[in-house]
Design a protein around this ligand. Structure first.
Ligand SMILES: [Zn+2]
Ligand SMILES: [Zn+2]
Length: 412
């Protein structure tokens, strides 16, 4: 588009025929136009948007007719127990600082304009320079506005045996450095980074792509820092495998965006009390996460009062509260399945389009087991599953080891 033709004269927002005052900008690289109102829009109110024929393509072809649509503002996502909210984001994205497109300034602006609440850039570390690493942080900081958007900086450690994203560290390391060219060398490094959050990316094991971290070989030094694991579109069996080998990993998905559609799709959400950088990072460390596959869909689970992601004290029974938030009135929540160490132990088939659905199964508890919920949703695409992070019922050893994490997640 010809950016000079996209202005407050040609991109108009109104309420009951009265123009809304604001400013208009256009991100040329990702073809996103943004209207920023001068004051927040009113709740539960219908607004109209009109694009005027003065808008032109880069080669001067005008819009053939005005385009108008309406939208209704809402008060946002329902508040869950303990004043918690659901926020949506993406923690795996690239720019031209490695093998993607554009610059961090474009990526953060586009992700926010596309409606994400938080967004991380994670360029491949072997292609990063120090000035690029610094610029990524500067842009993440500049993009962060409390209770509106959180920008994060990370990097992708790209080992032959699998890729790990790392957030919230001062430095970056690469597999091309002989000091970090194997997981045996990388794991102690990430274990020594006081605030690091590690994410096992796109696990898969095929003759072409052997990316499941040496069959999820457990590492005691890394386990306190690597706390999440990406799921779709890679094989779901890797989810169970990763949990069966002793890692405590929360569920998330990501776009792994290498082009210009940063934030266009939704693959994960978090449960957090507010939208600040600290609150987002705390939620990731506590594994209060769920994975989705581009649904307007939230999935939250508590077990004996603890949020998903927690290691819970031993008990003979577990009472779950599973809440599904459905923001797409045309999409049907079909099935919820509860798994104990990967074995289906309870399910329900609500077939509902309700905005809020709650399921409260109670099952037997077994120390040392993990529990998660898988959900199916019948929308236009091929109905893949959504996952909660697990809760783990502690045995004595792990309960002591993870006591601080339990307290973070404690709600009773
Ligand atoms: Zn990768
Ligand atoms: Zn990547």
């Amino acid at each position: 588009m010809n950016a000079a033709t996209i202005t407050t004269n040609t991109f108009q927002v109104s309420r009951g025929g009265t123009p809304v005052i604001g400013s208009v900008s256009y991100i040329s690289l990702s073809h996103v136009a943004i209207f920023q109102p001068s004051v927040p829009l009113a709740l539960n109110t219908v607004y109209a948007v009109t694009l005027i024929t003065g808008i032109q393509t880069a080669t001067g072809t005008p819009l053939s007719a005005n385009v108008t649509w309406t939208f209704t503002t809402t008060s946002g996502i329902p508040v869950l127990a303990d004043g918690m909210n659901i926020y949506y984001g993406d923690l795996h994205n690239h720019t031209s600082y490695s093998d993607g497109m554009g610059l961090p300034v474009d990526a953060f602006a586009t992700a926010r304009a596309n409606g994400l609440d938080f967004f991380a850039l994670t360029d491949h570390s072997q292609l990063l320079t120090d000035p690029e690493w610094q610029d990524t942080l500067n842009r993440a900081d500049a993009a962060t506005v409390d209770n509106a958007f959180v920008g994060l900086r990370g990097f992708e450690y790209t080992n032959l045996k699998g890729h790990v994203n790392v957030l919230d560290t001062a430095t970056y390391v690469s597999h091309t450095d002989p000091n970090y060219d194997t997981f045996e060398k990388f794991y102690p490094w990430i274990g020594s980074q006081a605030t690091a959050i590690g994410i096992f990316n796109h696990p898969i094991k095929t003759p072409l792509r052997d990316w499941n971290f040496n069959d999820w070989a457990f590492n005691a030094q890394a386990t306190s820092r690597i706390s999440l694991r990406g799921t779709p579109p890679y094989p779901a069996n890797q989810y169970l495998l990763s949990l069966s080998t002793g890692w405590y990993l929360g569920a998330m998905g990501s776009a792994d965006e290498h082009e210009i559609e940063w934030g266009r799709y939704r693959f994960m959400g978090i449960i957090a009390p507010q939208l600040t950088r600290t609150a987002v990072l705390d939620a990731l460390r506590a594994r209060r996460t769920f994975s989705i596959d581009d649904w307007r869909f939230g999935l939250a689970m508590r077990a004996n009062g603890y949020w998903m992601g927690a290691i819970i004290p031993p008990a003979s029974t577990i009472s779950f509260t599973i809440v599904v938030v459905n923001q797409d009135p045309k999409a049907l929540l079909t099935t919820l399945m509860l798994y104990d160490n990967g074995v289906l132990v309870s399910m329900v088939a609500p077939f509902t389009t309700d905005a809020l659905y709650t399921w409260t199964p109670t099952i037997q508890g077994t120390p040392g087991h993990f529990y998660y919920v898988k959900a199916y949703h019948d929308n236009d695409i091929a109905s893949p599953a959504a996952y909660t992070s697990p809760v783990w019922m502690a045995d004595t050893t792990s309960f002591n080891h993870y006591l601080p994490m339990i307290q973070n997640n404690s709600v009773p």
